[in-house]
Design a protein. Structure first.
Length: 124
């Protein structure tokens, strides 16, 4: 586990029960590697006994990092949830990137990264 994230709480937007989707792969890999991770999916669901929250506001603790694995059209409301929750860093995964959401995040003082969290942090 990289030192820079080992004590961070992470939310995965687009966490999925479908093992073929990256929302599942990212969420389950972070769980197995010992991260404190919460899944966010408006439809609910669960993976490996961990229930998803339908919004970030429902997460019972502060969240440091958000990983976006959602369609670009859903990013603006997700960034707004991150602003309201006080998230400090957002990773926009490939395929989940949109300029307006990136600008909104940075304008709110959130560190925004257009890259794969898992690859950039050697977690795959």
């Amino acid at each position: 586990m990289p030192n820079s994230y080992k004590n961070k709480t992470i939310a995965v937007f687009g966490a999925s029960q479908d093992a073929a989707k990256y929302g599942y792969k990212i969420f389950s890999t972070l769980l197995r590697k010992g991260f404190v991770v919460y899944g966010i999916n408006p439809k609910g669901g669960s993976v490996e006994g961990h229930a998803f929250f339908t919004s970030l506001a429902q997460v019972p603790s502060p969240v440091d990092v958000a990983i976006m694995v959602i369609p670009p059209a859903a990013l603006l409301p997700a960034v707004e949830q991150c602003k309201a929750k006080g998230v400090k860093e957002i990773w926009f995964q490939p395929g989940a990137q949109e300029d307006t959401a990136f600008v909104l995040a940075t304008a709110a003082g959130i560190k925004a990264v257009n890259a794969c969290f898992m690859a950039e942090n050697d977690l795959w």
